[in-house]
Design a protein around this ligand. Structure first.
Ligand code: NAD
Ligand code: AHE
Ligand code: ZN
Length: 368
């Protein structure tokens, strides 16, 4: 079949919206009509050429929601008509990782996914007979896409696609990092570096679990208003204080119980660790840093009881947890609507990247 898709032909170039060829689902795969997709900073990161796994031409996008149209042989957990959210972190429920209680990083298809291929080592997308790569196993910048059955979460049918697509990455990453990975306790002091599409979800997660101080840090003061609406108690613009780490330590009587780096900058990752409380503070890296970047600190920071950790997809096991997060949204426990600042058709997708780079959007959602 043909499908309309925004293709990344090369790093650093605008996406081009064209009709591409899409093969139907093979065994264990599903064909999904994507109804809406968010544009995440990670899409921009890969498009920039900084992603060691970035390969082109590819169809980016990993924050979608849609409807199953067809299934390949052997598929039992979903059927045509089911509403689903694609999962860049699948859940096979069989691999060593899925069976381990301490991780959500299912590895059953990670190798081919990282190469932009389906689990059988081939691509379902092509243009003029030349293959186009998948991206993060999702490729939601295509109106139709093929996914492994283990990489879709079946969700309730009354949830609006144009809102719940954001649960496919940003919402789950931020809220989940607090609830599933850090397990932040009521009364804890939390520091969030970067108040974009991820950081604001960390803030609402921290509010949800009853954190005490929720300190937000961003170079862009425009981000403070929405952050305060979502539960931020204190804002720091690093360009207005002499030393951001000292400032946080003062504000929290010794340091953060938990900090989250939601920027992807190795310098702020170090600050996020070093602003943690001696003896017990835990810092979680969420931001994705470019090829060749490395983090550093004095080992004494760890010897004296701070922990440096990382979290992917908020520690969520997609097929199990994503339907629950959709329920949290539908029950009014989390706010998605106010974070979706822009919507646009696929033809305007490059505007979504411009808005992100100018710091004018939190989330842009493409409506098919
Ligand atoms: P975003 O662009 O919406 O937000 C980034 C924010 O950081 C912006 O508000 C910006 O003003 C601020 N900022 C930039 N440099 C800063 C600095 N030096 N000091 C203070 N603030 C600064 O991006 P996003 O969509 O929220 O994504 C954030 C990061 O999280 C990206 O690196 C993205 O790739 C990553 N991410 C990781 C996961 C995961 O599972 N680990 C999931 C989604 C996104
Ligand atoms: N490909 C990059 C790493 C990118 C990365 O860390 N991705 C996150 C999700 S970001 C979503 O917006 C992730 O899930 N990581 C775990 C994994 O297995 O990819 C690189 O550096 O090679
Ligand atoms: Zn993302």
């Amino acid at each position: 079949m043909k499908t309309r898709a925004a293709v990344a032909f090369a790093a650093g170039q605008d996406l081009q919206v064209v009709d591409v060829d899409l093969e139907g689902p093979k065994a264990g795969e599903v064909l999904v009509e994507i109804k809406a997709t968010g544009v995440c900073h990670t899409d921009a990161f890969t498009l920039s050429g900084d992603d060691p796994e970035g390969a082109f031409p590819a169809i980016l996008g990993h924050e979608g929601a849609g409807v199953v149209v067809d299934v390949g042989s052997g598929v039992t957990s979903v059927k045509p008509g089911d509403h689903v959210i694609p999962l860049y972190t699948p859940e096979c429920r069989q691999c060593k990782f899925c069976l381990h209680p301490k991780t959500n990083l299912c590895q059953s298809i990670r190798e081919t996914q990282g190469q932009g291929l389906m689990p059988d080592g081939s691509s379902r997308f092509s243009l003029d007979g030349q293959p186009i790569l998948h991206y993060m196993g999702c490729s939601t910048f295509s109106n139709y896409t093929v996914l492994p059955e283990i990489a879709v979460a079946k969700v309730r049918e009354d949830a609006p696609f144009e809102k719940i697509c954001y649960i496919g990455c940003g919402v789950t990453t931020g809220v989940g990092a607090v609830a599933f990975d850090a397990k932040v306790e009521p009364g804890a002091n939390v520091v969030v570096f970067g108040l974009g599409g991820i950081g604001l979800n960390v803030i609402q997660g921290a509010k949800l679990v009853g954190a005490n101080k929720i300190i937000g840090i961003d170079l862009n003061p425009e981000k403070a208003r929405l952050a305060a609406q979502f539960g931020m108690t204190d804002f720091i613009n690093p360009s207005e204080v002499e030393n951001v780490v000292d400032h946080i330590i003062q504000l929290t009587d010794g340091g953060a119980d938990y900090s989250f780096e939601c920027i992807g900058n190795v310098n702020t990752m170090r600050q996020a660790l070093e602003c943690c409380h001696k003896g017990w503070g835990e810092s979680f890296i969420i931001g994705v840093a470019g090829a060749g970047q490395e983090i550093s600190t004095r080992p004494f920071q760890l010897v004296t009881g701070r922990s440096w950790k990382g979290t992917a997809f908020g520690g969520a096991r997609g097929r199990t947890d994503v339907p629950k997060i959709v329920d949290w949204y539908m029950d009014g426990k989390i706010n998605i609507d106010d974070l979706i600042t822009h919507t646009m058709p696929l033809d305007d997708i490059n505007k979504a990247f411009d808005l992100m780079h100018k710091g004018e959007s939190i989330r842009s959602v493409i409506l098919y």
